[in-house]
Design a protein around this ligand. Structure first.
Ligand code: ZN
Length: 78
């Protein structure tokens, strides 16, 4: 039979009386909460991460615009 492990701590999740624990696929409530918190943290961090990437891209574009010698050497006309 396939051994199931807790996604949070990696401990084996054992069946008790042929039933998986109510916290399945986690080994315990604690691990389940850790995972939930992780998801929430990740969800919150997504917009921040996106903004950071966009800001970096904008910085690159602005740098190219302010540097007339970049890319094809044609000054950026605005
Ligand atoms: Zn666990």
């Amino acid at each position: 039979m396939k051994k199931l492990t807790c996604p949070t701590c990696g401990a084996e999740v054992k069946q008790a009386g042929g039933e998986y624990p109510v916290t399945f696929p986690f080994c315990s409530d604690r691990c389940r909460n850790v995972d939930l918190n992780g998801w929430f943290t990740e969800a919150y961090s997504v917009p921040v991460e996106t903004n950071r990437v966009v800001e970096q891209a904008m910085d690159e574009i602005n740098q190219k615009r302010s540097d007339p010698k970049s890319s094809d050497g044609t000054p950026f006309l605005n």
